[in-house]
Design a protein around this ligand. Sequence first.
Ligand SMILES: NC(=O)c1ccc[n+]([C@@H]2O[C@H](COP(=O)([O-])OP(=O)(O)OC[C@H]3O[C@@H](n4cnc5c(N)ncnc54)[C@H](O)[C@@H]3O)[C@@H](O)[C@H]2O)c1
Length: 295
Amino acid sequence: MSNEFMGKTAIISGAAGGIGLALAEALGKQGMNIVMGDIDIQALAVSRQLLLDKGVNVLACELDVTDFKQWQDVVARAKDTYGKIHMVINNAGVGGIPGKIEDTEHETWRWVMDVNVMGVLYGAQACVPAIKEHGEGGWIVNVASMAGMLGMPYAGAYCASKAAVVSMTESWAVELKSHNIHVSALCPAFVKTRIHESHRNRQPKYAVAQENRQDKKKLQAGANAATIAVESGIPAGVLAQRVLEALKSKQTYIYTHPNYRKVTSGRSQAIDNAFVDAQDSPVVGHLINEDIVTF
Ligand SMILES: NC(=O)c1ccc[n+]([C@@H]2O[C@H](COP(=O)([O-])OP(=O)(O)OC[C@H]3O[C@@H](n4cnc5c(N)ncnc54)[C@H](O)[C@@H]3O)[C@@H](O)[C@H]2O)c1
């Protein structure tokens, strides 16, 4: 049966496992050609075979999303193989290491920001020209998180990175509308994957100097809490079905956990209350009647 994805091509970063693999399978079953990129080449080979066995057209490419040159190589290989690119799913991401502000190493912040933010930027920069050039439009799906909708204690780096992804999505959605490129931010709460074991693919360039290492006991406590939370999550296959549904209805924010609505409502309410506070201010209250400047 024909559908809007059939015969088109999607590049998915971090597709060797978890959410990326589930999305690859779901979109592959819709008839898309799937270009899987991942830093973990062993897992990538296994997952490639799994999709081939299910009759999906697959190209597997080694990809560290923090390296723009590797992104460009993936796009070139995808175009050589399938001709056109219609979709990029910027999914590769790492959970970082939970910890207090003063305990979290700079190397950890750089790792999280490079993978979760720069990786998304590089993916868009490499793919957008290729999607624009055929004029048929397409999709960018940036995998953010509920953590991008509200800050959480002991997870500053992860939350900041995901808030950046939400913000990039909102900016690009407007910028790319006239090219018929639909941009969305996927914002799940917990999904049963290996995100709590992200350190398994931490690149040597983000290694922590011995003298800066966090206390092992504190690290273990954070890791245990993260494991319990992630293991309570929904299956990645359920999330993938929800993404298909939301892409068809062209949502900008793709939510997978309606029970978390109170989180975003609480934040909106706090923002609104702060505006009322500013409006009542003798210092700036008069600005309420001024025009808003935009560009
Ligand atoms: N699992 C959750 O509860 C949850 C919730 C909200 C958002 N997310 C987001 O979903 C996305 C996917 O994570 P997941 O839960 O499937 O975790 P996962 O660890 O199971 O899968 C992540 C994949 O990304 C790959 N990867 C890691 N670093 C990479 C790099 N530098 N370059 C390329 N690939 C890299 C890993 O090898 C792995 O295959 C992430 O962006 C994560 O932040 C996950």
